[in-house]
Design a protein around this ligand. Sequence first.
Ligand code: UDP
Ligand code: MG
Length: 194
Amino acid sequence: MPELTVVVPAYNESEGLREFHKRVSAVLDGMPDLDSAVLYIDDGSRDDTYAIMCELRASDPRVATLRLARNFGKELALTAGLDHIASGAAVVIDADLQDPPELIPTFVQHWREGYDVIYGTRASRAGETGFKKMTASGFYRVMEKLSSTPIPRDTGDFRLLSRRALDALGQVRERQRFMKGLFTWVGYKQLSVV
Ligand code: UDP
Ligand code: MG
């Protein structure tokens, strides 16, 4: 049973998945005292994402795969992945390398200090269009008005969740899910890493 599982939802990511795995493996290899695994979730991809996942699984004993019957969207793909982690903590990360896997050891360090949710906050939104920045900022303004749960800005799903945070999250069975809100909602000790 791994102490830490990296959970990666992927939809049509065949182009970059091997490179992603190379980067994540190097990071995990750098933490030999931590028993780790990688769980890839194929969210009904139409390209050969799943075939590549199987290739990675065949060559790396750390890898497990989950394949959804059709495309359910990222929130549910992520939920399916998190539901399959029976023990230990999880790191959630996108497959497209927009989140730097090299930050995982920093997350682990804070987890060992006693934090339950450690999330990556972007220092800048470089590379995104003005339109995306404007709509993102509008989205967060509206969410802050509507919700009593504060949702950290400039923060994706990239984070580490302790076992008790995962257990709390597992009790929430909404079908229309906004994971960034739920991750915050579980409470406990949370920390932003810029
Ligand atoms: N993703 C998924 N199902 C989908 C759409 C996306 O599993 O229907 C995955 C995608 O492969 C990536 C992550 O979710 O690993 C984030 O997706 P994307 O980069 O499109 O979102 P954004 O960067 O805009 O948050
Ligand atoms: Mg992305």
